[in-house]
Design a protein around this ligand. Structure first.
Ligand code: ZN
Length: 161
């Protein structure tokens, strides 16, 4: 069986950035299980997996346009410190949930200058070229229910939510 639309695929992966740092990895954890052809994973990785078989291992480099997009400088803003009531200390790297036009955004504190807090709502991997090492561990046909829901129900297809 090959990876194609409406198959459920389990992969082991390690994600590195351009500098070679490991950003994320499933090694030592459960594999990533997803429904192929439904945009459940970034498009560059989905394209690379098409036609692969169990046991295939490969490395793929994905530009930001096919991963988490380019950075959008309009998604950065500077807000006054007093908006963070109840937060004792604000330091770079802290993340907050902010209400946005289309739901909730995660914003990251980039810098604190006096009363001014610099925030960035870009995905932390926006603008990054990603390097994936992938091993295909399992492939099965999706159930009708999974196709209807547009996502996988785990490796055995029996999880529900
Ligand atoms: Zn479901």
């Amino acid at each position: 069986m090959q990876v194609s639309d409406n198959t459920v695929v389990a992969i082991e992966y390690t994600l590195k950035n351009d500098a070679g740092d490991v950003v994320d990895s499933s090694v030592g954890h459960a594999p990533l299980t997803y429904l192929h052809g439904h945009h459940n994973i970034i498009s560059g990785l989905e394209h690379a997996l098409l036609g692969k078989k169990v046991g295939d291992s490969f490395t793929v480099t994905i530009p930001p346009e096919e991963a988490y997009g380019l950075r959008d400088e309009s998604m950065t803003q500077v807000v006054p410190r007093h908006l963070f009531q109840g937060v004792d200390e604000i330091v770079p790297g802290m993340k907050f949930h902010a209400e946005a036009e289309h739901g909730v955004n995660v914003v990251t504190v980039m810098e604190v200058k006096g009363d001014q807090v610099h925030l960035d709502a870009n995905h932390e991997l926006a603008g990054e070229t990603l390097h994936f090492d992938v091993v295909v561990q399992a492939i099965r046909a999706a159930t009708a229910e999974e196709i209807e829901h547009g996502h996988a129900h785990g490796l055995d297809g029996h999880h529900h939510h």
